[in-house]
Design a protein around this ligand. Structure first.
Ligand code: ARG
Length: 467
């Protein structure tokens, strides 16, 4: 395509009197990563060309030739038949050059009334909308697996912790449902990011709109955007929707990471609450006995790089004058990486959970040998009229005594209990059983089976609202 009268072969090279340095070509080219946007770029161009034709800005014949040419490029790209060229710099110019190569003159009219600045904003917004949708469905699968574990374990008692010290008994269902709540919030966060991206910037031009009578609303409609941007300067320099998406990825990774931390702890010999399937564990090259929870550790580890991506874009954006600056090209790699990482991690975590064995008897034993019914003992005395603060102190004394004898509260005889308070009666044993400690916590949001069942019904309803 080299024009012999020009010193530069670039699509934008008309005013340049020499070629760019080869290192420079390689340095600023984005095709290596923005090729991922080929589908969005082509769909955006098809809508733009269609509108240009409808508005009489280009001829109907040219519009048709452009649309047909772009469709051909799309199917070749889908089939992996296109060799993207670094010297064509980015996805926009690769496709435009290819189009002109294939259809001739008409191809050169595609870019009428458009800039790569509004084009990249469009492509990225379309990509983000799709990707948020994929993240939502990936998370939905994860939440459903968590829910199915919860359904099987509404009666499986385990210790609940604060400060990683055994605190009060809960159930495995209640614990799982805590993560379902987190994942539901993550899904809502992705839905909000998708909504933030749902604004068509096309028609903003390089920064100051365009003199052509474009029909911005028509392009938005063709591409399924629900609204158009209100300010051309803002439209080409806004990356909030990328940040929103990366924030959604970051918070979600934080949730996955916390669960993975628990899975790693629970699979240790110290806890032995779960056995992670061999399919998601690995061995040691030196220590024959080792089975390591690598998948859980990697998910925890990868959380850091997703945060790093969010932070790097925040820092990139903070000093930029209006409107477009090339710095903003740095948004894509961390965005893609965050989305890919989250997708991989959520997929592996879902499989790891679905295939893990939960050792419910051991969990229940750990709950009952850690004084997790001490609050209930104080509540019992308070129920018989003793002020709670006093009851707390009395039970503190019982716990101290039991700890030195290495027994639990209900291992004491009634006479022994009465040495601490005359208010103890035979019914204390039933009240302080793990089962009733859990069953009596039946407020909405509590661990009692009936409360968890209500929460599960609600979660199923909320999950069904996502599509
Ligand atoms: N590759 C660029 C990016 O990702 C597209 C916009 C380039 N615009 C420009 N005037 N160089 O941001």
């Amino acid at each position: 395509m080299r024009n012999e009268n020009r010193a530069s072969a670039k699509l934008w090279g008309g005013g340049f009197d020499r070629e760019t340095d080869a290192w420079m070509d390689d340095f600023h080219a984005s095709i290596r990563f923005d090729r991922r946007l080929y589908r969005q770029d082509i769909q955006g161009s098809i809508a733009h060309a269609t509108m240009l034709g409808e508005q009489g800005i280009i001829s109907a014949a040219d519009a048709r030739a452009i649309v047909d040419g772009l469709r051909g490029i799309l199917s070749d790209a889908d089939a992996g038949r296109i060799a993207w060229r670094v010297d064509a710099e980015d996805i926009h110019m690769n496709i435009e050059a290819l189009l002109t190569e294939r259809i001739g003159e008409a191809g050169k009219r595609l870019h009428t009334g458009r800039s790569r600045n509004d084009q990249i904003a469009l492509d990225t917004r379309m990509y983000v909308k799709d990707a948020c949708g994929s993240s939502i469905s990936r998370l939905k699968t994860l939440a459903e697996t968590m829910l199915s574990i919860a359904r099987r374990h509404t009666e499986s008692i385990m210790p609940g912790y604060t400060h990683l010290q055994r605190a009060q008994p809960v159930t495995l269902a209640h614990h799982m449902m805590a993560y379902v709540e987190m994942v539901l919030r993550d899904m809502e966060r992705f839905a909000r990011a998708r909504d933030a991206a749902d604004v068509s910037p096309l028609g903003s031009g390089a920064l100051a709109g365009t003199t052509y009578p474009l029909d911005r609303a028509r392009v938005a409609e063709l591409l399924g955007f629900s609204r158009i941007s209100a300010n051309s300067l803002d439209a080409v320099s806004d990356r909030d929707y990328v940040l929103d998406t990366m924030y959604a990825c970051s918070v979600c990774m934080m949730h996955l990471s916390r669960l993975c931390e628990e899975l790693a702890l629970w699979s240790s010999l110290e806890f032995r609450f779960i056995t992670i399937s061999d399919a998601y564990a690995t061995g040691s090259s030196m220590m024959p006995q080792k089975k390591n929870p690598d998948a859980a550790e990697l998910i925890r580890g990868k959380t850091g790089r997703v945060y790093g991506g969010l932070l790097s874009l925040l820092v990139t954006m903070k000093g930029l004058p209006l409107a477009y600056n090339k710095d903003m090209q740095e948004d894509k790699e961390p965005l893609f990486d965050a989305l890919d990482t989250l997708d991989n991690c959520a997929r592996i975590l879902e499989r790891m959970l679905a295939t893990a064995a939960f050792h419910t008897q051991r969990m229940a034993r750990r709950a009952s040998d850690g004084f997790t019914n001490a609050t209930d003992a104080a509540d019992y005395l308070a129920g018989k009229g003793m002020p709670f603060r006093e009851a707390h102190e009395v039970v503190g004394g019982i716990v101290r005594a039991c700890a030195s004898r290495e027994c639990g509260i209900t291992d004491l005889t009634l006479d022994e209990l009465r040495e601490f308070s005359q208010l103890f009666d035979e019914d204390a044993y039933e009240a302080l059983s793990m089962k009733s400690c859990v069953a009596r916590r039946n407020l909405p949001g509590g661990p009692a089976a009936e409360s968890v069942e209500a929460a599960m019904l609600e979660a199923v309803k909320r999950l069904a609202e996502f599509c």
